[in-house]
Design a protein around this ligand. Structure first.
Ligand SMILES: *Cc1c(COP(=O)(O)O)cnc(C)c1O
Length: 384
């Protein structure tokens, strides 16, 4: 007998009251809209899709996607079918919604029923999709991904050749876009960019004539030869720098202010936090802040990053714990910081990219890790 199990949503930490939360995450919808307009400006006549997988990189797809639709965005990408089903009601009827992973086995009919368009990444996904099309007696829309050097998803060179040479393999496929994905577009000088572009053009030429999509955010900045018919922008919409070593032209879209919950003065020689990794060299004033690695603030920042109060950097001392972190606030006058006050963890002084660099990760991971316990505040997305 099959074992019974139930699934349940996680306990929500949100009561709707910012005073209850350890930190306040502010998401600037107007900045996200402005970033979309900037990318559209670079793309000219080429359409710009919004990649809103992983809950719009942690910022809330149900809030972000409708704002982008108001800017004229008509194409949306998520990774999973369930992400698409959850997002569908928040999008205009005529917006196209694509699932990057394609249909899990046996779910093709659900795509058709909900008008969600899969990216087909393998011969087996293509076979299941075209079999359904033939059973329904009509062609069904899908994207076809070609692997051009990422070695992650998409048809290999041989598989793509088979699909090119054997029309039966694609009978019933309404090919919306030929697609591929760049592995290092943020590194403008990496020779893999040009190699992927060449492979993509060759693959495309061998397939029936169809529109094409190659560029992610960074790919948009590589130049018009990478643009084709549709770009797929994710990170840049949320303010992440598209090109390594160049100034970031995008507006930062998040701010994280965390609450001080206790202050203490410690004597010289007293250690702070788990494993006693930091010891006060002299008497020090320590503030405990209600944000930790369970909220997505990386433990690797222990003894490394700072929080900010106005223009003053307050160094993080000791390990980041699950629910708290500790700051050396000795530079402040006593009483300048009291329990209940907020300090900036992400904001004008410390971008997600800057924090990521210290943590040894990228801005994408900082954003997608932003915690469920934060109180979320959305700044108006109305067009200026
Ligand atoms: C995530 C993803 C994107 C968006 O990439 P960004 O670098 O965030 O712009 C585009 N295409 C594919 C296939 C992706 O997986």
């Amino acid at each position: 007998m099959a074992q019974a199990f139930t699934s349940a949503p996680p306990l929500s930490a949100r009561t709707g009251r910012s005073e209850h939360a350890g930190a306040i995450l502010t998401i600037d919808l107007a900045a996200i809209r402005a970033n979309y307009r900037l990318l559209k400006g670079l793309l000219g006549k080429v359409a710009c899709a919004a990649v809103v997988k992983a809950d719009a990189y942690g910022l809330g797809a149900a809030r972000v996607a409708p704002q982008l639709a108001l800017e004229g965005c008509a194409h949306f990408f998520v990774a999973h079918l369930d992400e698409a089903l959850a997002l569908r009601p928040h999008l205009p009827q005529d917006a196209a919604l694509y699932v990057l992973h394609g249909p899990p086995a046996g779910t093709d009919a659900e795509f058709v029923a909900s008008g969600i368009v899969p990216v087909l990444n393998s011969l087996s996904q293509l076979a299941a999709w075209t079999a359904l099309a033939r059973a329904r007696g009509r062609a069904l829309p899908a994207l076809l991904q070609i692997d051009t050097g990422m070695s992650r998803l998409g048809l290999s060179e041989e598989e793509q050749k088979a699909v090119s040479e054997e029309p039966a393999l694609r009978e019933g496929l309404e090919l919306r876009y030929v697609m591929s994905h760049l592995a290092c577009a943020e590194l403008v000088d990496d020779p893999l960019n040009a190699r992927q572009l060449a492979r993509f053009c060759a693959a495309r030429a061998a397939l029936p004539r169809a529109p094409a999509t190659l560029a992610n955010s960074s790919g948009i900045f590589l130049g018009p030869e990478y643009h084709f018919d549709l770009a797929r922008a994710g990170a840049a919409l949320y303010g992440i720098a598209p090109i390594v070593g160049r100034p970031n032209p995008l507006a930062q879209a998040v701010r994280l202010d965390a609450r001080v919950i206790q202050l203490r003065t410690i004597a010289a020689g007293t250690s702070v936090g788990y494993d006693a990794t930091w010891t006060a060299p002299a008497p020090r004033r320590i503030a405990t802040v209600a944000t930790g690695y369970a909220d997505g603030f990386p433990r690797s920042l222990s003894n490394r990053a700072s929080a900010w109060l106005g223009e003053l950097a307050l160094p993080l001392v000791g390990r980041v714990s699950m629910d708290t972190l500790t700051l050396d606030v000795s530079a402040l006058e006593e009483g300048a910081l009291v329990p209940g006050d907020l300090v900036e963890l992400i904001g004008p002084h410390q971008s997600p990219d800057a924090l990521a660099e210290v943590a040894g990760t990228n801005g994408y991971e900082i954003l997608t890790s932003l915690g469920a316990r934060y109180f979320r505040r959305y700044l108006d997305g109305a067009a200026p």
